[in-house]
Design a protein around this ligand. Structure first.
Ligand SMILES: [Ca+2]
Ligand SMILES: [Ca+2]
Length: 462
């Protein structure tokens, strides 16, 4: 189904048809939903929207990753205002450009917006965090101040979500740059490598890959950050692949990260926790994943990296890795047995679209007192691969996922970020401008129905 601009349609039948999708036959049950929604395109033509927050005056503030800009959109009228354009930003097809954004906790008095983006310093590709001050009279972001720079970046797995916690600290999710896979398979994966005291003293952030970072608002290291292997740094958690979603629910920090060919993860992050990548994907169950350190394999460059788990290369069982600080995910998308068919012919050249993953790119929380009763106290996750929102109900203490995952709003798009409206009645989604996804019939497509769009799904129930 294509969402047409200004067209309102009922999603009821679409949602009911989800149960017929047999792709996840071996995975946790997804149940159809009866909640009534209509969908509409608020606007389209955004240059790869990536991050979206509630700005002042009821506006949505959105980063355009490839547009190198921050725009303000009135969700009621679709009026768009360019607040900022940054020439220095370095963009690429998927993982580079302006990524996350966050308002300072004292935004009402300081007017400060935090932004993170990739840039070049000579031959080096790096990422920084910069603050801008909002001028409400001229509707512009001005007065840039760099608070953190020199973080390694690359064309793959930059993470990029930026949020403030209730503790007043700034959190940034950082990926492992796609090392040890595909074109980058001969670069060592550093998600388990920890920064040394010497590196931290020299502001060498090369040990920060595959980590979630925690910073003071001025970019310095908080005194109460964890000391890991004897070193205090910006590192808050260790062992992530490509964490693109961060969300605080009360004092609990949830994240989503993209798994390899199985086991995208919903995690509850605890200070100093180790989330296992690349030694463990999902649970330590030795199913369908085993770590191969390609960089240690003789003649790595000559080996066909598209081969899945080549049997003649050394691999390490997940269960061999046994550590006190290891934290399991609270839900995976999905854990499948080793005999899962990773080469289903119906996906053709885009075989990865048939793998047991959803490519989660963001998450939001639907509050316990929200008007959609069936949604109360749930995590909402946006999927790039399926153009859908996955709702994961939480336990009353919000420490565990419980019950069935429910899938909503599937269109032929890549859903980059989900954001709940302040009244809890509208679910906003921004979509990628381009990329691969599954269409409404579960077949591969490279043509998004609504490229670079802001979509609104409005609840019609009582
Ligand atoms: Ca993990
Ligand atoms: Ca596993």
């Amino acid at each position: 189904m294509q969402v047409k601009r200004n067209q309102i349609f009922c999603l009821c039948l679409l949602i009911a048809s989800m149960a017929a999708n047999s792709l996840w036959a071996q995975t946790p049950k997804e149940i159809p939903t009866a909640e009534p929604f209509t969908g509409r395109v608020v606007l389209d033509g955004l240059e790869s929207p990536w991050g979206m927050i509630w700005g002042p005056e009821g506006k949505l503030w959105i980063t355009e990753r490839q547009g190198k800009s921050v725009v303000s959109v009135d969700p009621a009228t679709a009026e768009k205002t360019v607040l900022l354009q940054i020439d220095e930003v370095f963009t690429g097809p998927q993982h580079e450009g302006i990524l996350g954004l966050a308002l300072a906790p004292n935004f009402a008095s300081s007017g400060l917006l935090y932004l993170t983006y990739t840039y070049k310093d000579g031959d080096k590709e790096l990422q920084k965090i910069v603050t801008y001050k909002y001028d409400p009279n001229n509707k512009k972001l001005t007065d840039p101040k760099e608070i953190f720079a020199g973080l390694p970046a690359w064309s793959d797995h930059n993470g990029g979500r930026l949020i403030f916690g209730p503790d007043g600290k700034l959190y940034l999710s950082k990926g492992e740059l796609g090392s040890n896979q595909g074109a980058n398979r001969c670069k060592p994966n550093e998600a388990q490598r920890l920064p040394t005291a010497d590196e931290v003293a020299k502001k060498d952030w090369s040990g920060y890959l595959g980590k979630v970072l925690r910073l003071n608002p001025d970019g310095s290291i908080p005194d109460d950050n964890p000391t890991i292997a004897g070193v205090k740094s910006h590192v808050f958690t260790v062992g992530h692949r490509n964490p693109q979603g961060l969300k605080f629910v009360g004092d609990k920090l949830f994240s989503v990260e993209q798994g390899p060919s199985t086991d995208d993860e919903l995690n509850l992050l605890v200070s100093g926790g180790n989330y296992g990548w690349p030694l463990i994907a999902g649970y330590p169950d030795d199913q369908a994943y085993a770590y191969i350190n390609w960089s240690a394999v003789d003649g790595c460059e000559k080996i066909d990296g598209s081969v899945y788990l080549p049997p003649d290369q050394p691999s390490e069982k997940e269960t061999k890795w046994n550590r006190q600080d290891y934290q399991e995910p609270i839900r995976t998308f999905y854990t499948v047995p080793s005999f899962y068919n990773f080469q289903d012919a119906k996906f053709g050249q885009l075989a990865y679209l048939g793998w047991a993953t959803i490519a989660p790119a963001s998450l939001d929380y639907y509050p316990a007192d929200g008007p959609i009763k069936a949604w109360q106290n749930s995590i909402l996750i946006s999927s790039l691969k399926n153009g859908a929102i996955y709702r994961v109900p939480l336990s009353a203490d919000q420490k565990q996922a419980q019950g069935d995952i429910v899938k909503y709003f599937h269109t032929r798009n890549r859903y980059r970020q989900v954001l709940v409206s302040q009244d809890g009645k509208t679910i906003y989604v921004i979509t990628d401008k381009a990329g691969n996804m599954l269409d409404e019939n579960g077949l591969p497509s490279q043509e998004p129905a609504n490229p670079g769009a802001l979509l609104a799904f409005e609840y019609q129930g009582q």
